[in-house]
Design a protein around this ligand. Sequence first.
Ligand code: IFM
Length: 466
Amino acid sequence: MSDPGFPQLPPGFRFGAATAAYQIEGAHDEDGRGPSIWDTFSHTPGRTHGGATGDTACDHYHRHPQDVALLRELGVDGYRFSLAWPRLLPQGTGAVNQKGLDFYDRLIDELLDAGIEPAATLYHWDLPQALEDRGGWRVRETAEAFAEFAAVAGDRYGDRVERWITLNEPFCSAFVGYAEGRHAPGAREGRGALAAAHHLLVGHGLAVRELRTAGAHEVGITLNLDRLHPASGRPEDLAALRRAEVLHNEVWTEPLFAGRYPEHEAETWAGLADGDWRRPEDLQLIGAPLDFVGINFYRPITVEAAPHREPDPERRTATDIGVAEPDPYGTRLTTMGWPVVPSAFTELLCNLDARYPQLPPIWITENGSAEADSVTPDGRVHDPERIDYLARHLAAVADAVAAGVDVRGYYVWSLLDNFEWARGYDQRFGLVHVDYDTLTRTPKDSYHWYRGLITAHRARTEETAR
Ligand code: IFM
């Protein structure tokens, strides 16, 4: 693979790296942390690849000074991590765990000492199990509990965290967790998943309010919006595309940025949802102005009409809406099986910007690729595919910026190889290789490439300022 060179982003553009608590921390039952739905799910036989759990993960809970040193050496402007709700409030509400609070205090202070801006995600999928036992995101009480968590976090860290992300990829929480059942809590429901989607948004709105009260600097949400292409111009594929647009994108973007529910939602859910979990005041709460929107992008999706659409609304799950996802891109696939199509990233950003005049500035809060990496006898990890992926996706972001889209920064997913949810430790997304037997960290070639990119970018920014 030839050297793709460094893509040029505008002066002042910021670079970072991202992780999430359950994927790296380990220490699942230490210092008062309560169980989350991912502890329960991963400990249930057959749910994750090879029965993997996050019990130890990368042991970041104990090794965070080493990981912050890796970030400092990488030269990033910012680090995006998540706060484990069950570490701060083991039962989801009520008693606050002092040792959990102290852990993130130490992490944040280490980052600041290293000159790295902390960006904290409140919810990266680790719902306290106690709340799931009372209905999870199907019920409004969980949104209210989330507000309590946001207030605790905002009060404690609001003076030092630069950027707050309420939810990470609510699509996955609602639909992969409550409809497909591939993620915790592993439910396969129709109405439950739609109620969860709404309560996640309500929780977001309530959390924004709490964070603002606590004096938080910047507040936003992270969405994994999808660039969807129809498999053909056949009317049934175009109808499937419309349903998929609602399911993947508009469920989130319409209430957040246009103050309404999706126009075609009735056609999409077709009798599944009467929406009785909605209250008249919710749209205003959900649509409160944000300082930024985080976008996670990995690959585009092609949509075609599924041969069977479950006719009985009571049996139909939210994702069983007559949509299939063939893969006609004909490009290289990452080890996740995801096609590499950077132009789809530019399209997604430009379309989003064109559609919503109220859209706040964008941060790319995740982008990266899983590859088959290993430490070679020279002690290094050669990952030219990842370098190529990152270079071409950053160039796609630069194209969107050149077209007038306001993108402020980019966090690569991920700093470390980590627990890739149901795929366990089988998928490696890190700039840093982790040996799961010894927990040794080895920076990959992509780590050195990213450091070079940041150094060159900083030099250009300084030159422009002169
Ligand atoms: O690892 C995940 C992350 O937790 C959420 N976004 C997608 C990543 C890769 O699948």
